[in-house]
Design a protein around this ligand. Structure first.
Ligand code: GYE
Length: 332
């Protein structure tokens, strides 16, 4: 063997040894925990998070990680950095690894049929958490756990009807929407429109996506201020609203007074602005879904039936509330 070939051989053997060790770790890590928990094999949950675009999302990831630890569930988490193709790759890696259950927050509703069929063929039940999918065969998903975004949109509209009681029209509304074709974007838009359509004074004069990002919320708001005279801003999440408030103040206007502001999520930052009168209404949407996801994962791993739809209970915080100061810390 010449020296070059010998080096190649040595490197290959080293790599093989490392790969074997790595594999061993993956297989034995759950076993180690199982031993601590009295021998029973822990459930492996593959969780494909869609990104880190907002405080809401960070709170959601934290809730899932903490709940998995509490429940003794082995979590394999992948973050898709806002790209559907990454999320599909993550799902395929969970299928290849043969996890017991998959949970994921689909970034948009369409385009999941193939990969979900693969999961079904592999016998892995899938939980949609936070957002849902639009698939031909409903049996590809075991259940949905998250918020009723249509109801959230309606709550935003109902606040506006109350706020504008007796104000003569036209009332000009701008909307900064979330990621296009995602469940919260579609349903928050629809619920809001269905409510304000009952009153002819309201006119949506502008609507554009800010992709649920603070930076884009600010940009879109600047564009609104350049092109329209508006009375109301309806923003699909707090991150974009915080950016929009900055743009409004930079333009020398008073958010909450010159422009009525309605936002969704209930992050601490938005609640603080509500208390200061710089936001008028915060529609709550809770990211604390971890415990529910773990309970569902346990049932599904045991082959039990679960309800198809689980909505979180949520409320609305508005300038009309008397006890705004007593809202406990939000935790996200
Ligand atoms: O409102 C927003 C996040 O899907 C409900 O996504 C979630 C939304 C939430 O980026 O802040």
């Amino acid at each position: 063997m010449n020296p070059k070939t010998r080096i190649k051989w040595l490197v290959s053997i080293l790599l093989l040894a490392l790969a074997a060790l790595g594999g061993l770790w993956f297989v034995t890590a759950p076993g180690r925990e199982a031993a601590q928990r009295g021998g029973e094999k822990p459930i492996i949950l593959g969780f494909a998070q869609l990104g880190s675009e907002s405080g809401w999302r960070i709170g959601n990831s934290r809730s899932v990680a903490q709940a998995a630890e509490k429940a003794g569930i082995q979590l394999m988490e992948r973050n898709a950095e806002q790209k559907q193709e990454n999320q599909i790759k993550a799902l395929r890696s969970f299928i290849a690894y043969q996890v017991d259950v998959i949970a994921f927050s689909p970034i948009v509703e369409d385009g999941w049929d193939n990969v979900l069929r693969e999961a079904k063929e592999a016998g892995i039940p899938v939980i949609c958490s936070d957002r849902s999918v639009n698939v031909e065969d409903d049996s590809l998903v075991a259940c949905f756990v998250g918020s009723d975004f249509y109801a959230e949109g309606q709550r935003a509209g109902q606040f506006l009807l109350r706020k504008m009681e007796g104000v003569p029209g036209p009332i000009r509304v701008a909307e900064i929407s979330g990621t296009l074709d995602s469940t919260p974007q579609r349903d928050r838009a629809r619920g809001f429109r269905d409510v304000i359509a009952q009153d002819e004074r309201f006119e949506i004069v502008y609507s554009k996506s800010g992709d649920f990002l603070r930076s884009l919320g600010r940009e879109v708001m600047k564009d609104i201020l350049r092109s329209e005279k508006i009375d109301v801003l309806y923003s699909h999440n707090d991150a974009m609203t915080l950016g929009a408030v900055e743009a409004i103040e930079e333009a020398g206007l008073a958010p909450g007074q010159d422009i009525v502001i309605i936002t969704v999520d209930g992050e601490q930052g938005a609640i603080d602005l509500l208390k200061q009168g710089r936001i008028n209404c915060v529609v709550e949407c809770t990211p604390m879904l971890g415990d529910l996801i773990m309970q569902l994962a346990q049932k599904l791993a045991a082959g039990q039936e679960v309800p198809r739809l689980i909505y979180s209970e949520e409320e609305v915080f508005t300038e009309f509330d008397e006890d705004l100061l007593s809202i406990p810390p939000r935790g996200y």
